[in-house]
Write a new protein. Structure first.
Length: 283
């Protein structure tokens, strides 16, 4: 009977850590037989799932990052064994530091355990850190943004389960960092310093790919919600830039049948909210 309610399994594929050489098997999510019941889509383009009567709560994002259980090197699955060889030594030298930094945020994490909310969030945090070791062809900056945002979503769930444990504060910090990475990725792409072609899917969640327009939308939403407010004039200029970008999304949406409808609806709401803040700033 226990096998009937499994939600994950150990992959047959043998992984070899490109940093420390450890061999291990990756935990994979089982998704069939009614395990995942799709719920609403948030304005951050995060898909929520309803608990199943048989399987309980399942959080697909917890399984997205591949982590070496020995040295805690991590990345998204397809990049794990593709780490540039000349970066392996730097990643190995960073082992103690990344373990210590991770344990400050997520005490008692053990990547030999089955994935749950805490080690799922920790795995994504580690992936964001470890993309510092990848070259521009891997589109590391946008992947850091996606990993930090996904980690923040799992931390939101931790806050629901364990209120008063400061998870809400940590989630905001992670979303602010995601905002930085998204903005930086688009700046680097526009200046030619980094390509986005190394990104197979923009996500940001696992259920649907919202493509480049989704990244533009999320950059704007995160900037409105979590961007700096220290300099009112700089913030106004930043939001004006976002407003122009969102207007372009509208233009594309009206002429393209391939544009996802939910994205356009969320973009309209974002445009209205930016306008509202800019009008208040001008009063």
């Amino acid at each position: 009977m226990a096998s009937d309610i499994k939600i994950s399994f150990q992959s047959k594929e043998n992984y070899t850590c490109p940093v420390c050489g450890m061999e291990f098997h990756r935990e994979e999510l089982l998704s069939g037989s009614g395990r995942l019941i799709a719920g609403e889509l948030t304005d951050e383009l995060h898909r929520l799932y309803e608990p199943s009567a048989k399987y309980g709560e399942i959080f697909p994002l917890a399984y997205q990052a591949t982590v070496c259980p020995k040295c805690w090197f991590a990345s998204m699955d397809r990049d794990f064994e593709a780490l540039p060889k000349n970066a392996a030594e730097d990643a190995l030298n960073d082992t103690d530091r990344r373990r210590a930094d991770t344990l400050l945020i997520f005490p008692y994490v053990d990547f030999n355990d089955v994935r749950g909310l805490i080690n799922g969030a920790a795995s994504l945090y580690l992936a964001a850190r470890c993309y510092d070791f990848y070259t521009r062809e891997f589109s590391p900056t946008i992947k850091q943004g996606i990993a930090m945002l996904r980690a923040a979503w799992l931390i939101d769930e931790l806050d629901k389960k364990y209120p008063g444990q400061h998870f809400d504060w940590i989630a905001v910090l992670f979303k602010r960092k995601a905002q930085y990475f998204y903005s930086e990725a688009l700046t680097r792409e526009q200046s030619g310093k980094e390509t986005l072609s190394g990104l197979k899917t923009f996500g940001p969640d696992t259920d649907k790919n919202y493509n480049y327009e989704g990244a533009l939308y999320l950059t704007g939403l995160l900037r409105l919600r979590y961007g700096s407010r220290d300099d009112p004039e700089a913030r106004k200029e930043s939001l004006d830039e976002v407003k122009r970008t969102i207007a372009k999304i509208f233009g594309l949406g009206k002429s393209s049948k391939n544009k996802p409808g939910p994205l356009l609806e969320h973009a309209r709401n974002l445009y209205a909210n930016i306008n509202r803040e800019l009008e208040i700033a001008d009063d």
